[in-house]
Design a protein around this ligand. Sequence first.
Ligand code: HEM
Length: 221
Amino acid sequence: MLPKSPVGKKILMAVSGQAMILFIVIHVLGNSTLFFGGLNAYAEKLHSLPLLVWLTRLTMAGMLFLHVFFSIKVTLENRRAKLEEYAVKKPLRSTFASRNMIWTGVVIAAFLIYHLFHFTFQVISPENSAGMNTDASGNPDVAGMVISGFQNSIVSLIYMVAMIALVLHLTHGIQSSFQSLGLNNESTLPLIEKSGSVAAIILFLGYISIPLAILLGMMKG
Ligand code: HEM
């Protein structure tokens, strides 16, 4: 059965990872509307589609569960295999990102919990929350909440550290997911590796530009 075989586990991790990357791409595009004064209208539009919102939430929660469950299982199995072998062989081409997938994953998971309490449950600084403040059009002021949040340098620092973990995780994760799905061969591997890193860096710049722009005073609430 798929979840029992080593290859099956890698395939489930790859598919769940790619589904979450799709969310991460859509989320950064949505967030970037902040630069054009459109974040509140975008958030309002999303919340007017509760079926879409809840289907996405449930799918992503399922994908996250699969990804975390199998990554812990694979890490423990690899560790056990290494102990049994005793003479630890280094993977053929390991990188800092590939060796630390479990730790960058832990940082991202911790960030996600913080992020949900910050912007979704809005309990971290409720006085600036979108639920408590509206903009000139009467929409919940999501942009105001994000800007006032990132004006606090500790909050911005938390986000920037998380984005560094994210870029490291994706640099290895994107190319590895294509390999797990068998979509590589000798000639396409270098291209897949390079494209994975470029995509990870583009996402990183997209996300980090928001706290950076706010910290540098380029956007005011
Ligand atoms: C600078 C970086 C980020 C900003 C400014 C940001 C902004 C936001 C905002 C404003 C919301 C609440 C949307 C609403 O309810 O109207 C939100 C929700 C969320 N964000 Fe982010 N985000 C950032 C990074 C990330 C990253 C890197 C991830 C994933 C690794 C992520 C995952 C989520 C999730 C899962 C939700 C909950 C969506 C829901 O309501 O179901 N965010 N984000």
